[in-house]
Each structure stands twice: as C-alpha cells, then as structure tokens.
Design a protein around this ligand. Structure first.
Ligand code: KIV
Ligand code: ZN
Length: 391
C-alpha cells in the first residue's frame, strides 16, 4: 500500500444493516459481499458475530466466500465477543477483528459507570486478546468525536502497545465539524507514541450531514482508511457514503490520495443494496441518485448540449450511469426539445421547432415530464407535421 492510498473499509453489512427494518438474510449478504469485492473495497465488515446466530453464520459464510479482501467482524471489548468473532472468521484468507470501547466522558460515566484508567486497561486487554487469534486487529474508540484529545491519545497508545494495526476514530454521534475532526486526526498523528505502527481510520456518522466532509478532512490530515457504506445507509442519519468519498478523492487528484475502487461499479452496487434492503435512495442523492445526472431547466440543458462540462463535474460513465438525461418539462427550452426530438428521429428546422415548441409547452404544462412517446404525439399533432415527415 502506498502512502497515498486510502483503504476503503465497507460496513454496509454491519453498521449499514443497523437501519431499522432492513435486515438482510445470509444469501443477500453473500451477493452484496461478492459485489463489494468486485468493486475493490479493501475491507468488508461482515457483521457482529456474537449478536445473533444469523449474524455469526453470515460472517462465517462471507469469510469462506471472499478471496482477496480482508473480512472483519465487530466485537465489544469483551472476551467472549472476541472469541466468537475469531471463530466466525476462521475460514477468512485475511481476517480482521474490530474491537473497542467507548472513550468519551459520557460513555465512561453513563454507559460503563467506570473511570479512565479502567477503560485504558480494557482497551489494552481487548486488543491483546484479539491478537492471540489474528494478526490484524482494529481498535475503535467509540464516541472519539466527543472524547478529549489528550485522553484519546492515551487510549490509542495503549491499543498500539497491545498490537493494534488500525485505530478507528469514530464520530459516533455525527457531532464534529470538519475542521474539528481534521484537527483531531492531526493531533493523534503528532502526539501518539508509536503511531507509525498503525493506520488511523475515519468512521463518521451523518447526523449533521457532515460525514463525507469529516472523512475527507480526516484523510487530508493523515488518516489512511475510511469506513463507509453504500448509499450512506446506517444508524440514524447513516454513515459516510462510500460513493461520495471515493468520487471526492477521484475528482480532486491534486489531493494526491487514491483508492482501489473501480468506480464504474458504483451505480450497480447502489441499486443492488437499495433493492435488497428495500430502502430507496433519494433522487437528489450525490453520485447515485436518479437525478444526479439529469438536467431539467432550459438554461442548464442548453449549456449541457453545447458542452457537458458546463454543468457536470463527473462523467456519468465513470460511475456506471450510461448517460446524462435531458429531462423535458415545462421549464425546458427549444435546445432540449430539438435534442430529444432528434434522438427519436425528427430533425427540426428552426421554424418547425418554433411551431412544435408551442405545442410542447401546452402539453408540458399539463404533465410533470414529457417522454419519448409524448414527443411523437406533440409532433404528430403540430401544424408542421407533414412538412417534417416529407423532408
Ligand atoms: O459509530 C461507531 O462508533 C461504531 C463503532 C462500533 C465502530 O460503529
Ligand atoms: Zn458507526
């Protein structure tokens, strides 16, 4: 792995699957896991094995199926969780145990009724125990986003001392501002003894709509792994969307950070996850939403027809979308109508277009969107139809 490579850790099947009512069965998970491997993710978090026999089985089956990608199982800092995860991962070519504990003042006081020293010890013990099963152990400091940086650095040091290969710094509640999250990663890079032995990982939730921005700030400041889900699904407002962070890095090459993702598979896997879970992506969702490459206002359509780059910063083919759409509505202009009419076989002169456009506006005022069949009807009922077909 080069210094500029950002590892993509996909948690669609673990954090993503925590969306209420979206439980997947083992077969559905296997299909998604296979597609995640094709997409080029570096790590698949397959589940939380101790949580249920079904989750155990899914992690075990995914571990058997996946050939080149690391397969990871989540645990709490609890010996039995770790033992069960190691058992579920025993067939994995590249197994990783992801263990950890809450580190913020609120987690220590209310969740554990404990103190900082005891948390440091539990972090150490959990990583050490996980290391007795696998070499690759990731430690998470839950609610790191609201954890005091000095204490967080001490927790990270303990985890590294016990052998952690990756340190996950979750903004569990999606609270941080991008500048704050970036500064946290920088602080850890500069103040944790032994930090060169581990990779820092961003795990950001989207409660304030900042998950993607926070993850990008994280990698700009030295993290080299992003934890994310397809379509940004996950607890509450979700996790960082995989397709967003990957495309931000691709479209900003001067950041000099890249991933192993084959971006042309993004749209396909987005559809697969949304169909399997029965959660439909909002039409204006960045990168994979139905309208992400659709243009409907006259001014935009005219610009697009003259030069795609006027209104598009991504080539739709790069993310697996066949082409941009010029959507005909009552806000569309003559350029869009001429373009769509040409696509269905009518080459209109300027005068013919003026005449057909009057029909089109009347029609479009009654309908939300004008489709190819409607274009035929509009042209066939125009005064210049005979002229058009005899040309
Ligand atoms: O959001 C979070 O803190 C998590 C951890 C369990 C990694 O999902
Ligand atoms: Zn999470």
């Amino acid at each position: 792995m080069s210094d500029n490579n950002v590892q993509i850790f996909d948690t669609t099947l673990r954090d993503g699957e925590q969306v209420p009512g979206c439980k997947l069965n083992t077969n559905q998970k296997l299909i998604i896991a296979e597609q995640l491997e094709n997409l080029g993710v570096d790590i698949i978090e397959a589940g939380f094995p101790v949580s249920s026999p079904g989750d155990f089985k899914s992690v075990e089956e995914i571990a058997k199926l996946i050939k080149n990608t690391t397969v990871c199982g989540l645990t709490r800092a609890v010996e039995n969780d770790i033992k069960v995860a190691a058992e579920a991962l025993k067939y994995a070519k590249f197994p990783r145990i992801h263990t950890g504990i809450g580190t913020s003042a609120s987690h220590i006081k209310y969740k554990f009724n404990s103190n900082q020293d005891a948390i440091l010890q539990r972090a150490y013990d959990a990583v050490k125990f996980a290391k007795s099963f696998v070499e690759d152990v990731e430690f998470y400091a839950e609610d790191a986003g609201r954890t005091d940086n000095e204490f967080l650095a001490r927790v990270c040091e303990m985890a590294i001392k016990a052998g952690a290969t990756v340190l996950n710094i979750p903004d569990t509640t999606g609270y941080c501002l991008p500048s704050e999250y970036g500064a946290k990663i920088k602080y850890l890079k500069e103040n944790v003894k032994g930090i060169e032995k581990a990779i820092l990982s961003c795990h950001c939730h989207n409660d304030l709509g900042l998950a993607t921005a926070n993850s990008i700030e994280g990698v700009i400041n030295g993290a080299r792994q992003i934890e994310c889900t397809i379509n940004g699904i996950g607890e509450r407002a979700g996790n960082t969307a995989l397709e967003e962070v990957v495309m931000v890095l691709k479209q900003h090459p001067y950041l000099n950070l890249d991933t192993n993702i084959k971006t042309q598979h993004l749209y396909g896997i987005s559809q697969l996850v949304s169909d399997s879970m029965g959660i439909y992506t909002q039409p204006n969702k960045a990168i994979v939403g139905a309208n992400a490459f659709a243009h409907s206002s006259g001014i935009h359509q005219d610009g697009m027809i003259k030069n795609r780059g006027t209104y598009e910063i991504i080539n739709p083919k790069d993310v697996g979308v066949t082409e941009s759409a010029i959507v005909l509505t009552a806000r569309s202009g003559r350029a869009a109508l001429a373009y769509r009419a040409k696509n269905v076989g009518y080459e209109l002169t300027k005068l013919q277009l003026d005449e057909v456009y009057i029909n089109f506006l009347n029609f479009a005022d009654m309908k939300k969107e004008v489709n190819d069949k409607d274009i035929h009807q509009i042209i066939e009922t125009s005064k210049v139809y005979k002229q058009i077909i005899s040309a």
